[in-house]
Design a binder for this molecule. Structure first.
Ligand SMILES: [Zn+2]
Length: 86
């Protein structure tokens, strides 16, 4: 889980400088969503490309399944405004 990104180059610009940040992420499947307000990502310092951590994605997917199979409660619920880009 730790720092595989240090040996990696940005797929888009070839830069090898990344910074770990937190960003908002919505996992969606079959019309159901799980909102993660503090998803860890690596951001390319040159072009700003965002790379999600494989382990984090798996963890979100697992939690999504647990929540929708009623095995665990989510940490909290939120409601969001919706814009339909018609
Ligand atoms: Zn880049």
């Amino acid at each position: 889980m730790n720092k595989q990104s240090e040996n990696r180059k940005c797929y888009y610009c070839g830069c090898d400088a990344f910074e770990e940040r937190r960003t908002k992420y919505i996992y969606s499947r079959n019309g159901q969503n799980l909102f993660v307000p503090d998803m860890p990502v690596d951001v390319c310092l040159n072009c700003g490309m965002v790379y999600y951590h494989g382990a984090a994605l798996l963890k979100v997917e697992q939690r999504f399944k647990e929540i929708y199979q009623k095995q665990v409660e989510p940490d909290r619920y939120t409601t969001m405004p919706v814009m339909e880009y018609a």
